[in-house]
Design a protein around this ligand. Structure first.
Ligand SMILES: [Cu+2]
Length: 329
């Protein structure tokens, strides 16, 4: 995977119209239909406004009382009024109800179709935290953060939960948004149609670092996905690095898990595969040794407001931890 600075990806925010999954394409189809209807309504209304302005400017043919032709003028005005009332009924009441009725019907049927039930769907559990995403695969011992791997063409049910506030899970190119609500599990179904890495983000304001709560969905061929999954399933090799003992000794292990070691904290992301992840801090910065060093020393310099405290370790100790984390794959 290519590593790009965060602001580049931000600038190139993905478009819902560049769909790479069934659900996103369905939503985009509805969007195009709504745009067409809105355009027609706009053109008709703007045309009528122009017509009314032009008609109003025509010289008056009013006939004063007592003048010859008064009777005919009154009759004409009466007929005009009837025509106006008919126009208000059709244009002001019947048409809007019909147009909004069709759009409401399509919106509801689309929403229902997006929530389809597929028995053999791959299940992925995603738990939202301020400000990162915990990702587990219940069919195996796979756990990672801010990175969801799925096989192309396979229906995936993402079970969404939150441990703190309301978040919203959104991968514009793959599916619609779904709120992530504490105390409740919401299921987002998606099926990707092409391989690639698709940017996702939290779409519900959830605190100071809401904007730095991004993730990626990596859509892989069935073989690549199986290889990734197998690699993740086996815990990282034990190292003889000084950083490993330091990680266990210091505060890190209270908040982070490294599978196969005594570190089983769950406050922060599972770090068992941190060496293979492209980003740190939910796509705040690229995962380079230098950024990792700054992150461990004081993560708030990279992600202000972050819920991980500064480490208060010496630069040499931080270097040891960086070497250890880089080795975790
Ligand atoms: Cu959020």
């Amino acid at each position: 995977m290519t590593v790009l600075p965060g602001h580049f990806l931000l600038a190139a925010s993905p478009s819902i119209l560049d769909g790479a999954g069934d659900e996103a394409r369905r939503v985009a189809g509805l969007w195009w239909f709504m745009l067409a209807v809105a355009t027609i309504v706009y053109v008709v209304v703007a045309g009528l406004v122009a017509f009314a302005v032009v008609r109003h400017q025509r010289p008056s043919t009013e006939v004063s009382a007592g003048e010859p032709g008064e009777g005919a003028a009154i009759e004409r005005r009466g007929a005009d009024r009837e025509e106006d009332i008919g126009f208000i009924w059709w244009g002001g009441i019947v048409m809007p109800i019909a147009v909004l009725g069709v759009l409401a019907f399509l919106t509801v049927t689309t929403s229902v179709a997006l929530r389809r039930n597929t028995p053999d769907a791959l299940r992925v559990d995603v738990v939202a935290h301020q400000w990162w995403w915990d990702v587990t695969y219940p069919d195996g011992a796979v756990r990672t953060a801010n990175e969801i791997h799925v096989p192309v063409g396979r229906t995936v049910d993402i079970q969404l939960r939150s441990v703190d506030v309301i978040h919203s899970f959104w991968v514009p190119q793959l599916a619609g948004k779904l709120d992530v609500i504490p105390g409740q599990t919401n299921v987002l179904t998606l099926r990707a149609r092409r391989t690639g890495t698709f940017l996702g983000e939290c779409a519900e304001f959830c605190g100071v670092e809401h904007a730095n709560m991004r993730f990626v969905v990596v859509v892989q061929s069935a073989d690549d996905y199986a290889a990734w999954s197998a690699g993740e399933r086996s815990p990282p090799e034990p190292t003889d690095l000084a950083g490993e003992a330091l990680f266990q000794r210091s505060t890190c292990s209270a908040c982070h898990t490294v599978r196969g070691t005594a570190a089983t904290g769950t406050v922060g992301p599972d770090l068992s595969d941190i060496g293979s992840r492209a980003w740190i801090g939910a796509h705040t910065v690229a995962n380079t040794p230098d950024n990792l060093r700054r992150w461990i020393d004081d993560p708030s310099t990279l992600k202000p407001g972050v819920l991980m405290p500064p480490s208060r370790l010496s630069p040499a100790e931080v270097d040891e931890l960086v070497a250890y984390l880089e080795a975790l794959r």
